[in-house]
Design a protein around this ligand. Structure first.
Ligand SMILES: [Zn+2]
Length: 105
């Protein structure tokens, strides 16, 4: 099950960038991919999204609500936080949020 193991390895990255980077073929030279204007725009967008998310998570720490879903108030599973330390929603609520915000999950 080498393929399954590999998929598991890549899951945290794919999860943290919403699956967008995972859509870039692995045999593409990264420098070549980065020189592409569209790819650069996607990465800049992701960076902003991520920074926003990290700031949200830090705000949750200050409020004492870190590790708790900001939508349904259920505890976010420790495994999700390990892969996604900046998560402020549980998987279900994040999926709903992504759809509402026009991101296809
Ligand atoms: Zn939730």
């Amino acid at each position: 099950m080498a393929f399954g193991e590999e998929a598991g390895l890549h899951r945290p990255l794919a999860d943290s960038v919403g699956g967008v980077i995972a859509s870039i073929p692995e045999d593409v030279d990264l420098a070549q991919a980065l020189s592409d204007r569209e790819t650069t725009d996607i990465l800049v967008h992701l960076l902003y999204q991520n920074r926003e998310q990290v700031e949200r998570a830090l705000a949750r720490v200050r409020e004492g609500g870190y590790g708790q879903c900001e939508e349904c108030s259920h505890r976010i599973p420790a495994e999700r936080l390990r892969y996604q330390p900046a998560a402020t929603r549980c998987v279900d609520c994040q999926g709903r949020w992504d759809r509402v915000n026009g991101r296809t999950a």
